[in-house]
Design a protein around this ligand. Structure first.
Ligand SMILES: Nc1ncnc2c1ncn2[C@@H]1O[C@H](COP(=O)(O)OP(=O)(O)O)[C@@H](O)[C@H]1O
Ligand SMILES: [Mg+2]
Length: 273
């Protein structure tokens, strides 16, 4: 084939793909890289604030602007440590922690696992004298609590399940003591996000709900196997203790082992996708 013709064709393909990419972004969603989003969240000026409507811990919805882009973000400054905490379900949790730091640790972990399309970017930022986590506000149409209540079915059950299986693996890995349905957010195209990890990173070395591990994305399983304790420690050293990292690595081992057992019993195609 004429190399010039080939080059023109490649250029045309590239142009078409670029256009698709642009149209895939909602009109009010600026298309930024994760690094640009981080920089924006770290440095843009806060121009407006209001108390969030949902959630129990009084997060604040901030509007930020860098002069070019204006976008909202969720600010969470909670950093509560208690020897004993009586929970809403009647049980008591010892050495209870509810901290904004875990939101940032969860995002760092999501990056290492290639799940940063499911967890929004969280950075550490100071606002009005308080240090907290700041997350990029997502274009949400409803949360999972609303979807469940209104019994709205996702249009593509396979695509929905494939995202949910990933979230389930992530939930068991981070050991969230409060994985409630208002922390699962749904976008226009039915993509799912998982937010709010302020009660995660518990010290249990066992997987709390092994039955939640049903299937696993192939790439996620590879990334889980490859998760390196030193790299994870380095990325989260400002947010997690050594014991929290150790417990997570122990759960990682158990999650991988459980999937390997399931593969041996049921066959790879039943378990992985
Ligand atoms: N990044 C975000 N994008 C869109 N909505 C968000 C975001 N972060 C929080 N929210 C909304 O604010 C609510 C409360 O925030 P959350 O971080 O879950 O704190 P908490 O539940 O501890 O009060 C969420 O349930 C969700 O509706
Ligand atoms: Mg919440």
């Amino acid at each position: 084939m004429d190399p010039l013709y080939l080059r023109r064709r490649l250029l045309l393909v590239a142009a078409v793909c670029l256009t698709c990419g642009l149209f895939a972004v909602a009109a009010d969603e600026p298309s930024l890289t994760k690094e640009q989003i981080k920089q924006f969240l770290l440095t843009a000026k806060v121009v407006h604030s209001k108390e969030s409507k949902k959630g129990a811990t009084h997060t604040v919805r901030l509007t930020l602007s860098d002069g070019t882009i204006t976008h909202d973000a969720s600010f969470q400054a909670l950093d509560q440590h208690k020897r004993e905490m009586k929970l809403a379900n009647g049980t008591t949790e010892l050495n209870f922690v509810d901290s904004y730091k875990y939101n940032i640790a969860a995002y760092e972990l999501a990056e290492l696992l290639g799940m940063d399309d499911i967890v929004p970017v969280y950075v550490e930022r100071k606002w009005e004298g308080n240090t907290g986590s700041l997350s990029w506000w997502l274009p949400v149409k409803m949360d999972e609590a609303e979807r469940y209540k209104q019994k709205i079915a996702a249009p593509d059950p396979d695509a929905w399940n494939n995202q949910m299986f990933k979230i389930r693996v992530f939930d068991q890995l981070v050991s969230d003591a409060d994985p409630n349905l208002t922390n699962v957010l749904i976008g226009e195209n039915w993509q799912i996000w998982r937010i709010d990890f302020s009660r995660a990173f518990r010290l249990n070395k066992d997987v709390k709900s092994p039955k939640d591990l049903v299937r696993c994305d192939r790439q996620l399983l590879e990334k889980l196997k490859a998760l390196d304790a030193n790299a994870f420690t380095e990325k989260t050293k400002r947010y997690l203790t050594k014991d929290e990292v150790k417990a997570l690595m122990a759960r990682r081992d158990k999650i991988v082992a459980q999937f390997q057992t399931m593969i041996a019993q049921k066959g790879e195609n039943e378990v992985l996708y």
